[in-house]
Design a protein around this ligand. Structure first.
Ligand code: CO8
Length: 260
C-alpha cells in the first residue's frame, strides 16, 4: 500500500465503495505544498482506477480544510521558473477525475483550498467552515479557478467581492449562494459526506460518470451543443446492461443490481 506523508487515505462505506482522502499537514494549516498536491493526484488516480470505488470524499481536519497554496514555498519563486515548470499546473488532475468527488469542508478553505474544494463536484460544509480567495492580500490573484469556478458557482457580484477584498464567506452564506449544497454540524460532516458518496456509489457507475460528464459539459459549451451532448450520452445508456437492469428492476419492484 502507498504510504503518504501529507494524506490519510482509506476506503469507507458499508460496501467499501467510497475513497476517503484526508489532507494532513497540520503544522502548516494544510497548506498545499507541491509534494502534497503530487500525493493528492496520486491518491485520486488510484481511486479512479479502482473498480470497487464509486465516489471519492476529500476532506481536511475539523479546523482547516486547506489554507491555500504554500506561501513559504512561493515566496522566493521567479516568473521564468514558475512559467517554465507550470508551477501548480498538476492541480488539474483533481478537476479531471471522472468519478464523482465530494469536498467535505470543515474550517478554512482559503485560496487554493477553496479552489481545490471547487474542483470537486459537490461541496458539503461544516457549520464553522469559511471560504475565501485571499490572494489579493498577498499581491497576487487566484490561480486555480478562483476567478472562474467561483463566478459560475455564486455569480459575478459575490465572486468579485470575495476576490477583490479577500474577505471570507461563512458556511451559511456559502450555502445560500450555492457554493455549498448542505451544511452539517462539524462532527457529522465527514460521515454525512461518506453517506452521500455511498448513495452515489450504489448507482450505475457508467451512468453516474455520464451524469458528471454531462453536467460539467454545461460549463464548457453553449446550450444547443450541450443538449446535443446530453442526448448522445442518454442514447448511449441504451448500450449498457445497467440501463436495462435499472428499468427492469423498477418494473419488477425490486432493487437493481448493476454490473457495468
Ligand atoms: N502557506 C504556508 N503556511 C501557512 C499558510 C499558507 N497558505 N497558511 C497558514 N500557514 C502557516 C502560518 O505561517 C503559521 O505557521 P507558523 O506557525 O510557522 O508561524 C501556521 O500556518 C498557523 O497560521 P496562523 O498563525 O496565521 O494561524 P491563524 O489561526 O491566526 O490564521 C489562517 C489561520 C486564517 C488560515 C491564516 O493562516 C491565513 O490567512 N493563511 C493564509 C491564507 C492565504 O492567504 N491563502 C492563500 C494562499 S495563495 C494561494 O492559495 C494561491 C493558489 C494558487 C494556485 C495556483 C494553481 C495553479
Amino acid at each position: 500500500d502507498t504510504k503518504y506523508e501529507y494524506l490519510i487515505v482509506g476506503v469507507k462505506g458499508e460496501k467499501q465503495n467510497v475513497g476517503l482522502i484526508q489532507l494532513n499537514r497540520p503544522r502548516a494549516f494544510n497548506s498545499l505544498c507541491s509534494p502534497l498536491i503530487a500525493e493528492l493526484c496520486q491518491a485520486v488516480e488510484k481511486f479512479e482506477m479502482d473498480d470497487s470505488i464509486g465516489a471519492i470524499v476529500l476532506t481536511g481536519s475539523e479546523r482547516v480544510f486547506a489554507a491555500g497554496a504554500d506561501i513559504k514555498e512561493m515566496q522566493h519563486r521567479e516568473f521564468p521558473n514558475v512559467y517554465k515548470n507550470d508551477f501548480l499546473g498538476s492541480w488539474d488532475k483533481l478537476a479531471k477525475c471522472r468519478k464523482p468527488t465530494i469536498a467535505a469542508v470543515n474550517g478554512y478553505a482559503l485560496g487554493g483550498g477553496c479552489e481545490v474544494a471547487m474542483m470537486c463536484d459537490i461541496i458539503y460544509a461544516g457549520e464553522k467552515a469559511s471560504f475565501g480567495q485571499p490572494e489579493i492580500n498577498l499581491g497576487t490573484i487566484p490561480g486555480a479557478g478562483g476567478t472562474q469556478r467561483l463566478v459560475r458557482a455564486i455569480g459575478k457580484s459575490k465572486a468579485m467581492e470575495l476576490v477583490l477584498t479577500g474577505d471570507k464567506m461563512s458556511a451559511a452564506e456559502a450555502e445560500k449562494a450555492g457554493l455549498v449544497s448542505k451544511v452539517f454540524p462539524v462532527d457529522q460532516l465527514v460521515n454525512e459526506s461518506i453517506k452521500l458518496a455511498e448513495k452515489i456509489s450504489s448507482h450505475s457507475r457508467v451512468a453516474s460518470m455520464m451524469c458528471k460528464d454531462a453536467v460539467n459539459t454545461s460549463f464548457e459549451v453553449g446550450l444547443t451543443e450541450g443538449l446535443k451532448f446530453e442526448k448522445r450520452l442518454f442514447h448511449s445508456t441504451f448500450a449498457t446492461a445497467d440501463r436495462k437492469e435499472g428499468m427492469t428492476a423498477f418494473l419488477e419492484k425490486r432493487p437493481p443490481k448493476y454490473t457495468d
